[in-house]
Ligand binder design. Structure first.
Ligand code: ATP
Ligand code: MG
Length: 361
C-alpha cells in the first residue's frame, strides 16, 4: 500500500470523538504506514477563538492532500450577525472552492438494525442517492432577496455542465455497484419536478441525454413529492437516485431515517480532484462530550473514503480495506454486543469503536 495523507478536521460537538474513532478503525484496517491523518483546526469553536472558521492552512491541506476526513462543524450559539450558523460555512467553502459536485449518500439497511418501516429485512434497502451539490435551489446562497420585510426570493439554477457531470457520476456509480440488480439491470432514477418547473424539466432532459451513453443502465423518473412515498413503500425498487440539490438534501435525510438514522449514515462529497468524507449527522451538541455518540456514520464514511482513494490511485488494497471495515461494522451490529445508543443499545463511542477494531483483527 502506498502512503496517503488525509486532511482531518475534527470540528465541533461530537466531531472530535467520532473522528478519533474513525482514525482508530481506519488505522487498524490499513496499518500505520498507509494513512497519515494530518489534524487541522476549523469549525465554530475555532472561529470563536481565532476569527477563522476555515483557516488558510486548513484549506491548503484539504486542497493538497489525498482526501479530507471531517467530523462535524457548527454550534447553534456561534452565529454571524445575520443569524446564520458559522459552522455551515466551513463545509460550504470546501464544497464550492474544491468543486465537490456529487454528494453521495448510500442508504443501506445493515444487519441488526431495525428500520422504522414494517417488514423490511436487512438487504431490503440498498440504494445510493447522488445529490447535486453545487447549484440547484441552493445556488443563490447569500444572493437571495428580501425586500422591506414583504417579499423574498431565491433563484433555482440548473446548468448543462452541472447536470451532465452529476448525471455521469450517477451512471458510472450504477455500473460500479455490486450485488444483483433488481430487474437484472442497474438503474438510475432521476428525481425532479419536471412537471412544474422549467429548470427541473431541463435537469431531466440533460440526464436523459447522458443516459444514452449508458445503454446498459436503465433510466427512470420520479417526481420529488412522489418519491418520498415510494422510498417508504417500496425502497427495494431503488438502485441509484440522482437529484437536484435541495430535493437530494431532503430525500437523503428521509432515506437515512429508514435505515437507522443520521448516526449510522455515511456521506461523501466528491469532485473531479477532491473528496470529503463525514457522517451524515451534524455536531449534535446535545450529546457532545458524554461518550454516547455513535461513531458508525464516520467510520462508514471512512470506508467510502478508502474505496474512493483506492479507485483514484489504482490501489486495490484500499478497496479491500474498505470492505473489511464494512464487514466489521456489520459483524458488530449483527452480534448485538456493542450496539450504539441511537440503535437502541447501550454501547458508547469507545466501546463501539473497540468492538469494530476487534472484529477487524
Ligand atoms: P446540522 O445542522 O449540522 O445538520 P442538526 O441540527 O440537523 O445538525 P445533528 O447534529 O445531525 O442535528 O443531529 C440531530 C440529533 O440526532 C442530535 O441532536 C443527536 O441527538 C442525534 N445524533 C446525531 N448524530 C448522532 C450520533 N453520531 N450518535 C448518536 N446520536 C446522534
Ligand atoms: Mg441537519
Amino acid at each position: 500500500m502506498a502512503r496517503y495523507e488525509i486532511a482531518t478536521i475534527a470540528g465541533d460537538g461530537i466531531g472530535p470523538e467520532v473522528t478519533r474513532a474513525a482514525i482508530r478503525v481506519l488505522t487498524e484496517a490499513c496499518g500505520r504506514e498507509a494513512l497519515e491523518f494530518a489534524m487541522r483546526p476549523g469549525g465554530a469553536a475555532h472561529y470563536t477563538r481565532s476569527g477563522a472558521v476555515l483557516p488558510d492552512d486548513t484549506f491548503a491541506a484539504c486542497r493538497d492532500m489525498h482526501a479530507i476526513l471531517h467530523g462535524a462543524a457548527g454550534l447553534p450559539e456561534v452565529t454571524y450577525p445575520d443569524g446564520t450558523e458559522v459552522g455551515n460555512d466551513l463545509h460550504l467553502r470546501l464544497r464550492f472552492w474544491l468543486d465537490l459536485y456529487a454528494n453521495v449518500r448510500p442508504i443501506q439497511l445493515l444487519p441488526g438494525v431495525r428500520s422504522p418501516l414494517a417488514g423490511v429485512e436487512p438487504g431490503g434497502i440498498d440504494y445510493v442517492i447522488v445529490r447535486e451539490n453545487t447549484e440547484g435551489l441552493y445556488a443563490s446562497r447569500g444572493a437571495g432577496v428580501l425586500l422591506r420585510g414583504e417579499f423574498a426570493s431565491d433563484t433555482l439554477v440548473v446548468t448543462r455542465k452541472g447536470t451532465e457531470r452529476v448525471a455521469r457520476f450517477a451512471f458510472d456509480l450504477a455500473r460500479k455497484r455490486t450485488g444483483a440488480p433488481r430487474d437484472g439491470r442497474r438503474r438510475v432514477t432521476v428525481c425532479d419536478k419536471a412537471n412544474i418547473l422549467r429548470s427541473y424539466a431541463f435537469f431531466r432532459a440533460v440526464c436523459t441525454e447522458v443516459a444514452a451513453d449508458y445503454p446498459d443502465v436503465a433510466i427512470d423518473y420520479a417526481y420529488a413529492d412522489a418519491i418520498t412515498v415510494h422510498l417508504l413503500k417500496r425502497p427495494d425498487f431503488y438502485d441509484v437516485i440522482v437529484a437536484e440539490n435541495m430535493f437530494g438534501d431532503v430525500i437523503s435525510d428521509l432515506g437515512a431515517a429508514t435505515v437507522g438514522g443520521m448516526g449510522i449514515a455515511p456521506s461523501g462529497e466528491i469532485g473531479d480532484g477532491h473528496g470529503l468524507f463525514q457522517g451524515a449527522h451534524g455536531s449534535a451538541p446535545d450529546i457532545a462530550g458524554q461518550g454516547v455518540a455513535s461513531p458508525l456514520a464516520t467510520i462508514l464514511s471512512g470506508a467510502l473514503m478508502l474505496r474512493w482513494l483506492g479507485e483514484r490511485h489504482a490501489d486495490p488494497a484500499l478497496g479491500e480495506a474498505a470492505a473489511r471495515v464494512e464487514a466489521a461494522v456489520d459483524a458488530v451490529l449483527a452480534g448485538g454486543a456493542a450496539v450504539p445508543y441511537d440503535q437502541g443499545g447501550s454501547a458508547g463511542c469507545e466501546t463501539v469503536t473497540e468492538a469494530v477494531c476487534r472484529a477487524l483483527r
